[in-house]
Design a binder for this molecule. Structure first.
Ligand code: FES
Length: 64
């Protein structure tokens, strides 16, 4: 049985990015690997820093 404390928590923020709670290792499209703490992932498509949110969702009025 999975220890609930070890679960990675992901929140879908209303009209905003996905918030991943915790430290993650991410492999980007070019194969490089980065480690991020509490990253926010773009889901509006407008970020200039994909896959991360850069706040552009607010400028374009993203609605989910
Ligand atoms: S969700 Fe924030 S820039 Fe796309």
């Amino acid at each position: 049985m999975e220890n609930k404390e070890s679960l990675i928590k992901i929140k879908v923020l209303p009209n905003a990015p996905l918030f991943v709670q915790g430290k993650v290792e991410l492999t980007l499209a070019d194969g490089t690997t980065v480690v991020k703490e509490n990253p926010h992932f773009c889901r509006c498509g407008a970020s200039k820093n994909k896959p991360f949110c850069d706040g552009s969702h607010a400028k374009i009025g993203f609605k989910d």
